[in-house]
Design a protein around this ligand. Sequence first.
Ligand code: FAD
Ligand code: NAI
Length: 463
Amino acid sequence: MAENNYDVLVIGAGPGGYVAAIRAAQLGLRVACADARETLGGTCLNVGCIPSKALLHASEYFDAAANGAMAKMGIKVTPELDLDAMHGQRRDAVKQLTGGIEFLFRKNKVTWLKGRASFTDAHTVQVGDQAVTATNIVIATGSAVTPLPGVTVDGEVVVDSTGALEFAKVPEHLVVIGGGVIGLELGSVWRRLGAKVTVVEYLDQILPGFDGDVRKDANRVFKKQGLEFRLDTKVTGVTVQGGKASVSVEPAQGGEGETIQADAVLVAIGRRPNTDGLGLDQIGLGVNARGQIETDHDFHTAVPGVWAIGDVIPGLMLAHKAEDEGIAVAENIAGQHGIVNHAIIPSVVYTWPEMAGVGLTEEAARAKGEVKVGKFPMAGNSRAKTNHEPDGFVKIIADAQTDRVLGVWAIASVAGTMIAQAAQAMEFGATSEDIAYTCHAHPTHSEAIKEAAMAVRGKAIHV
Ligand code: FAD
Ligand code: NAI
């Protein structure tokens, strides 16, 4: 076999691509994975999930010390911010985790090809200066920031999420364009470290895609923490002069505009699939109106031998969705039956408290048929109360006839961890009664899930 010929070539080493490469190698296939970055792990490990969580975690400690939460527990401290050290531990987390994937590639004998990849034909890809052939090619090129017309990201005053991870000093006033996941996570980081933060959101509520009650309560909780929201508002342009930004805004439906002065502006209005320069025209593969590559349920594209997964295909743009698709596509290539249940993919916003959900929102469930809803406040949960975490709730939406759980939504300090239980229950086809009669350890935040399930039938204990 020629050196540059593989059973599988994966383009992109993010959570979709690197997982697909490792799984394919585990299944006995000869695998290479090409990525244009210097380090493995894609957006998630280099400039996404991991560095943002490193800053969220560290800033949470700083905030707890600064806002009196520690003093409330008898710990008197006056915190001093060492931003360089905070960035240092972020960079260290990224280095360790990207290095970890390199180790896993070596261990599983996946060949790492450094360079930008472009199709020559359906089985040949040019990676840098070498031509690589493969029987199967998996496109896992991920996504990049959606640009906003009239706003130029200069990487200093006007930044995207990557720039907002790197601010060398805390901005006095940060304007965030977009009240979605990135805006709220990174807005929270800089608010905690001392910035005034104004979030400008085009829609009438933050966090589109989340359950209506979560969106409303999230807005209340973030406002209490000092984030300012300009809802129903669109940004029409940003100008930068002398290191300061003027952000022009106007009502979303039109009307009189105004200007907001800021030291920094974060553009976070969504992400779009990465297909530029990939040479899709060389293989006759098109994209849909949103720029995504369409696949069937098994992740085949319209071109035989070419598969696609992750942010570059339709669906939620989440690392765990990409990872699961990576495993499934490798299994399908190896002749097995890889499946991803796209109806049960949890979403988590890693703010304080965390916001999480899985399955249908109450609005979507009601549009489909009759439902029963059980809600339990975290204020009634003994662990949350003891830990001084009064905000949030768990809500369970069940089918009115069958009692099958259709969706679970939560705001709680550890909602991201709690939601795994809900996802698993839903995968097993659980009813709310199944959850209500499952013994949950006491005192844990997860007891709120049991109580919400009991509330579906109107019988929660601690309210
Ligand atoms: P990516 O991770 O984008 O990887 C694709 C890789 O392909 C990149 O390295 C890219 O350089 C490379 N590439 C692209 N084109 C080519 C080419 N032609 N040749 C060679 N290489 C190429 N998701 C979560 O689930 N949880 C989180 O907490 C979370 N936090 C996030 C925070 C931020 C700030 C951002 C921006 C995103 C976050 N996400 C999070 C989303 C998550 O990062 C993505 O959903 C995930 O990385 C998608 O994985 P992927 O493998 O499809 O693509
Ligand atoms: P998003 O889609 O979550 O939010 C974008 C927000 O910007 C929306 O609320 C939208 O209404 C608003 N918007 C769009 N155009 C606007 C305009 N012109 N003016 C004002 N507001 C406007 O996208 P975001 O936050 O950029 O994140 C991108 C993706 O990254 C998400 O889809 C998410 O899946 C992923 N991500 C996931 C995280 C997690 O799982 N914790 C963390 C960060 C990102």
